[in-house]
Design a protein around this ligand. Structure first.
Ligand SMILES: *Cc1c(COP(=O)(O)O)cnc(C)c1O
Length: 396
């Protein structure tokens, strides 16, 4: 039964049982593997920048894990998104369809290209882009001319669609993929939060022409800061690699560049961390599934629902979240928990409410608004020593 006077303290109690008496952040990294060893190896090899073996090792680890043909490392997820959209053909003055409910990086990257984001509502269950809202928008607000899709009102070309897998929960990406095919939109997945999440048995990030991951300090695995572009298209992969490395033409001695390139290549130091983190990813995911179950059980006792993957999909449980009954309860819960050193957070302010994106077109955003008022993200780190516990358990 729902009783917030019981639920609030029960939540803090549970968080303390899982994470101990100190301040509890949302999601902190765990370095209990070969991180220090590989960093040392990297320093001693002298190749701390982008040359050397760690960057290519990290890239092949990600390609293998996700099943993608190519993986190209970048300095962070935002720059990976920027380059992915650039090679997808997004140009200045184009519109790019995304979500109002996302982290600002998605829309910043669109803006770096001089393109304009267009905000579509999300589904309540996945908190990711709603295929029915997308279809509705395309049917009523666009026209096709010369093989390109245009916005009826702005007359701008709509080039790409960038859905996001919120908190690691796969959105209805297969439906979005077929809508994009039907309307001639390039699909790029912002899979920054969803390394280890699957739509059916396909890893998120693999259904688009390009997919992007982030390895920021708060993500499932971290390289300090870092990102990755994946694709199965050799031409796109070559172009991403070229543009993230100052568009330099390979030559034994000379410096010749054939485009305005970017210095977006991931340093080897970061990749060394990434290689060590990838060795632990399966264990992280197992522990995170156990944490997710703990929260489902606790909130379930109070008739509250945790947001999770659709039946055939699998979430990496990056951030666990719970839907409150009202904005008032949400605010009280945020206040109560943060006051007691257990970090909780609301969703991101909708992009359509931010100063720089206020003028961008959007649909009714009913679900986005509904979720923003109610959803709270709760502590989701892999706890100290959990990996050791897990290893002991699996050794028995
Ligand atoms: C983390 C994140 C990014 C990229 O972030 P970086 O900090 O630049 O690595 C992009 N989109 C979403 C949805 C994210 O959560």
């Amino acid at each position: 039964m729902y009783d917030k006077n019981l639920m609030f303290p029960a939540f803090v109690d549970k968080a303390r049982k899982i994470y101990g008496p100190d301040f509890i952040p949302m999601h902190r990294p765990v370095f209990e593997g070969n991180e220090t060893e590989y960093l040392k190896e990297c320093v001693e090899s002298n190749f701390v920048s982008s040359m050397g073996e760690f960057v290519s090792r990290f890239e092949s680890d990600i390609a293998k894990f996700t099943g993608s043909t190519y993986a190209i490392a970048a300095v962070n997820g935002t720059s990976a998104l920027h380059i992915a959209m650039l090679v997808a053909g997004v140009q200045s003055g184009d519109e790019v369809i995304s979500q109002a409910l996302t982290f600002v990086a998605t829309c910043n990257a669109i803006s770096y290209l001089g393109a304009i984001p267009l905000f579509i509502d999300v589904d309540r269950d996945t908190m990711g882009m709603s295929p029915s809202a997308l279809r509705h928008f395309l049917e009523h607000n666009t026209f096709t001319e010369g093989g390109c899709l245009f916005n009826k009102v702005s007359k701008r070309r709509i080039k790409a669609c960038v859905p996001m897998h919120t908190f690691g929960i796969p959105c209805r990406i297969k439906e979005i993929q077929s809508i994009c095919m039907e309307w001639g939109l390039v699909l790029i997945e912002d899979a920054a939060e969803s390394l280890g999440s699957y739509s059916g048995d396909i890893h998120t990030g693999r259904l688009g022409a390009l997919g992007v991951y982030s390895f920021n300090g708060n993500k499932v695995i971290t390289t300090g800061g870092g990102g990755m572009v994946i694709t199965d298209d050799k031409r796109l992969a070559d172009r991403v690699r070229h543009l993230t490395t100052t568009a330099k033409i390979p030559h034994p001695t000379n410096f010749i560049h054939d485009d305005i390139g970017y210095n977006y290549r991931l340093p080897g130091l970061c990749a060394a961390l990434g290689v060590a983190q990838m060795e632990r990813l399966d264990e992280f995911l197992t522990v995170k599934e156990m944490i997710a179950r703990e929260w489902q059980n606790l909130f379930g006792e109070f008739d509250l629902e945790c947001n999770g993957a659709l039946p055939k999909d699998k979430s990496n449980n990056w951030l666990n979240s719970v839907t409150m009954y009202s904005k008032t309860d949400r605010d009280e819960f945020l206040h109560y928990s943060n006051e007691r050193g257990v970090m909780t957070r609301p969703l991101w302010e909708l992009m359509s409410n931010l100063e720089m994106f206020k003028k961008c077109e959007h649909d009714g955003l009913e679900n986005s608004k509904w979720l923003l008022d109610r959803v709270v993200a709760v502590s989701s780190s892999v706890p100290d020593g959990a990996l050791a516990d897990f290893n002991n358990r699996s050794n028995v």
